[in-house]
Write a protein that binds this ligand. Structure first.
Ligand SMILES: Nc1ncnc2c1ncn2[C@@H]1O[C@H](COP(=O)(O)OP(=O)(O)OP(=O)(O)O)[C@@H](O)[C@H]1O
Ligand SMILES: [Mg+2]
Length: 343
């Protein structure tokens, strides 16, 4: 289950040390870090090193479900507890009994559910929906979040008492761009992994020059983005083109997000899409309207997202709210569109 934790940076060494200290204690733990930094891997490694190994490891994403559904998923329900409850159903707390329950994206849990969770943590018991009887639970709660929970508390979105209950042990994972020395060990580990998974006869491994350039890239999508690029390189083989795209997007965005960059330079991108006499001309055999449309949409999205990120000082949580998209979608777009913080 899950890979070992790769990396030699101070941060990753500290994370491994914490895992060794905490795993046998079963103390409530919160793992903090941006999307794709490895919060779930850390939770899996806590479990693998704990006496609970072999018991269930259950994960639930608190951001993905509406409040009512999350409540019934967590605590289960009796037959007839609500319209549509035709069968009794066990919740994640029951399923995780004796093992680990990973509450992913805990910062997105609603206040009423936070109150219910606090009660479970205090009493070690809960009642499934529609049941009078409390059920005992022995579950190791590990939570993960990409929010600053302290800030959520100040904004009245997270209960302080729950914070102190959950957060007995804190594990912070720093973004990959702040620990570039981990990039090469990660590349080596994943190239080995993927080479044995993929048909290795057709694989062109990236050369030293490619690896050097990968080390210089800021990886807004962290290890997940690195994995995606490596897979693409191994499968498609044309490392240079993939690298060019990666850095091209990154550079374009430095221009786009810089308010001082001349407007001409920015609209030059639009002209290149609408270049009716050049390479994007419909007279050209390689022209595709779909392709041009995608380029145009990407360009507009990149401009808007860069602008909002610039305005919020790269506070992605705030930016996702302004843009009315989920935090995850924003991170995906930042990575996909190659938006990087201004140098
Ligand atoms: N230090 C590491 N060593 C090996 N693999 C890693 C490491 N960090 C992350 N990964 C891998 O990167 C991918 C993303 O990691 P993970 O899912 O744990 O991130 P996350 O922080 O939970 O992201 P999200 O907030 O988006 O859920 C996974 O496939 C994971 O195995
Ligand atoms: Mg995760």
């Amino acid at each position: 289950m899950g890979p070992p934790i790769i990396g030699n940076s101070k941060n990753i060494q500290r994370v491994r040390e914490l895992i060794n200290h905490v795993a046998h204690t079963g103390l409530n733990t919160v793992i903090f870090g941006e999307s794709g930094v490895g919060k779930e891997v850390v939770a899996q490694n806590l479990y693998k090193n704990s006496p609970r190994l072999g018991k269930p490891f259950i994960k639930i994403n608190c951001a993905a479900l509406p409040e009512g559904l999350l409540e019934s998923e967590l605590f289960g329900y009796e037959k007839g507890a609500f319209t549509g409850a035709e069968q009794k159903r066990r919740g994640k707390f029951q399923l995780a009994h004796g093992g680990v329950l990973l509450l992913d994206e805990i910062g997105d849990m609603s206040l009423p559910l936070q109150a219910k969770l606090l009660h479970v943590l205090q009493s070690g018991e809960f009642a499934p929906l529609g049941s009078e009887k409390d059920v005992k639970t022995d579950t190791w709660i590990i939570a993960a979040t990409n929010h600053d929970l302290k800030q959520n508390i100040n904004e009245g979105k997270f209960r302080e008492d729950l914070y102190y209950r959950l957060n007995i042990i804190k594990i912070h994972i720093t973004p990959l761009r702040e620990r570039p020395e981990d990039i090469i060990p990660l590349i080596e580990y994943y190239i080995n992994e993927y080479s044995s998974q993929l048909n290795s006869e057709h694989i062109e491994k990236p050369n030293q020059q490619v690896i050097d350039r990968l080390t210089a890239y800021p990886w807004p999508g962290n290890v997940r983005e690195l994995q995606n690029i490596l897979k693409r390189m191994l499968v498609l083989g044309n490392c240079d083109q993939i690298l060019e795209d990666l850095f091209d997007n990154a550079n374009k965005n430095i221009n786009a997000s810089d308010p001082d960059s001349p407007v001409d330079e920015r609209s030059a991108n639009i002209s290149s899409i609408l270049d009716l006499s050049g390479k994007n001309s419909p007279d050209n055999e390689t022209f595709s309207l779909k392709g041009a449309k995608k380029q145009a949409v990407d360009l507009v999205e990149r401009e808007i997202i860069s602008h909002v990120l610039g305005k919020t000082g790269w506070n992605r949580s705030k930016a996702s709210k302004i843009l009315k998209i989920s935090y995850k979608t924003l991170l995906y777009k930042i990575s996909d569109l190659g938006i990087v913080p201004p140098a």
